[in-house]
Design a protein around this ligand. Structure first.
Ligand code: HEC
Length: 253
């Protein structure tokens, strides 16, 4: 009796495994990012992701010299977020690129409901390791922890940030970068020199008119010369400079 039951269960399991293998191998499953998982599969995968992040981030501690809520600190790392994350995750006043269609979709990191469910350590872990089989990238292999904490600070602060504040952060970051790159310019200095090297439309038009005037003057001179040349009879080419005859003496005795 017991043996028969075991055989039946074993046979059933084998059939299921065979069915799954056949299903996978047949290729009928749609792997496209344009077709979402069934809600059940989606929630299982999402739970696995959340549990994994929380488990792996357990022992991570925010370094004591890092204040993730400090705007000035976060500003230093604006370049990382604007280059590596905005394209998928948006920022206050900046939309994600419309062609970044992936599944699971990239959550909008300006939404408090998205960011506040994660602890600081968990946000850091996600940015450092990325998430398998999603579009979420890992900064770890190419960035120092110091930079990843900086990006974490930006993510932590995004939900409470206005578009104007995000734009100001960008401006301050650019000014910092200019100052660092050794040209010793403050943001005002940089802006002024930019203005100096960027001629206005009127300046451009004035230069164009000046050039045109010079061109006309040249043209007129060329015509005058031509007219003078035509009026004069063909004069022989100027006599060569008389050089003293070489007699071995260049002075009188
Ligand atoms: C190419 C698109 C893409 C880029 C670039 C990207 N991410 Fe993501 N990110 C994703 C996707 C997709 C998810 C959702 C993964 C999932 O649901 O398992 C995600 C999830 C996250 C989450 C967890 C939010 C949640 O609850 O799902 C955080 C935090 C995050 N990314 C931060 C960042 C940071 C910081 C950067 C820049 C260093 C970045 N991401 C760059 C696509 C991207």
């Amino acid at each position: 009796m017991k043996a028969k039951l075991l055989l039946a269960v074993g046979g059933l399991l084998l059939m299921v495994a065979g069915g799954v293998a056949l299903f996978i191998y047949s290729g009928v499953y749609h792997v496209g990012a344009t077709k979402p998982h069934s809600p059940l599969a989606h929630s299982i995968l999402r739970m696995a992701m959340e549990r994994s992040v929380r488990h792996h981030a357990k022992r991570i501690e925010v370094p004591h010299d890092v204040d993730l809520r400090d705007r000035g600190y976060a500003t230093q790392f604006y370049g990382h977020y604007s280059a590596a994350c905005v394209t998928c995750h948006s920022a206050p006043g900046v939309k994600a690129d419309p062609w970044m269609v992936n599944y699971p979709a990239s959550p909008n990191l300006t939404d408090p409901a998205v960011v506040n469910r994660w602890s600081d350590a968990e946000l850091f872990w996600i940015a450092k390791h990325g998430i398998k089989d999603t579009a979420m990238i890992a900064l770890g292999p190419t960035h120092k922890d110091k930079d990843i904490w900086g990006v974490t600070a930006i993510v932590r602060q995004l939900p409470g940030m206005s578009p104007a504040e995000y734009a100001a952060m960008g401006e301050r970051f650019k000014a910092m970068k200019n100052a660092k790159s050794g040209n010793g310019q403050s943001s005002e200095g940089a802006a002024a020199s930019e203005a100096a090297t960027q001629p206005t439309q009127e300046q451009l038009e004035a230069s164009r008119l000046q050039l045109e005037a010079s061109r006309l003057q040249l043209e007129a001179s060329r015509k005058q010369l031509e007219a003078a040349g035509a009026a004069q009879p063909q004069s022989p080419s100027p006599a060569p400079q008389q050089t003293p005859a070489k007699d071995g003496h260049d002075h009188d005795h």
